[in-house]
Design a protein around this ligand. Sequence first.
Ligand code: ATP
Length: 315
Amino acid sequence: MKTVYAIGEVLIDFVATEHANDLVMAGHFAKKPGGAPANVACAISKLGGQSAFLGAVGHDPFGEFLLEVLGKEGVDTHLAQRTHTFTTLAFVSLSAQGERDFVFSRGADKELKYDKRLKKVFKENMVHFGAATAFLGGELEGAYGRYFFDALTQGSFISFDPNYRENLWKDGPERFIKKCLPYIEKAHLCKFSLEEAQLLSGEQDVDKALDFFHQHSEAIICITLGEAGTRLSVPKFRDTIASISVDPIDTTGAGDAFMGCLLYQISQLENSFELAQSIPVLTQMVTRANRAGAHTTTGYGAIPALPDTQDLEKY
Ligand code: ATP
């Protein structure tokens, strides 16, 4: 079994516990572990896989809490870095009409430093790049690029999820899009939400978006479509893989559960690089990953709602 190294941010989401028109009005908040790459690492280990998280937290109680949560979920955190800057925080409120208000207090995640010893561990393993905060600058941006170069030169299986957050790119998405393209070109697996696929390709139609990506990339591309399942595409095959029917109560983390489940299955393969040619195997894996995403919507929060193997057997 290969280890999946998940690189990017981990943070605290302070989520307003009651509907409020905006954060000015919101009064009470619940502390939730967040950060897509950290969720993906948890999703992998919860299914019995090997994952390690590479990101930075502060020397403060929130940083301690986050590493404790990841550790309890079975994620290897010994590569995570602690800095003297405060742990990254996000505050979110939701109005009764479903409108979100969001502020982001960026802290420790931006200080991830490059560690050249990782070259050796990436070899024959897998590296997952989650980009929500990676291209916002700071030391993380440089370290991220160097880890990407290492993963490429070490022949690792590379996966990429842009995790676009509109609130973080107030001047517009152009720089974000430009930064993502080399990762899409070189990755072996990319996962986009429909909105991300449209943004990154400039195409509204899902298949035109996929055509655009395959002009630049031979990756396995999954466009997640919520209850409609996943549009799966490799250069020689394309299909929509249906999900299962569930009664969702909180969709947070569905995409990360999907990605974690897919990466977990790929980590079990002898030769991950041949997966794009094994369409029945790939389709089966995406079917299972859809179940993981669907299952996560049936519980509150991202990490607490991730499925284990027994949960997936139920479907
Ligand atoms: P995120 O909100 O975490 O950024 P995302 O938008 O990438 O995620 P979704 O498309 O919401 O992810 O969900 C990922 C996968 O989970 C979908 O492709 C689908 O298979 C499954 N899924 C999500 N919501 C539902 C649902 N309501 N019913 C059935 N399956 C679902």
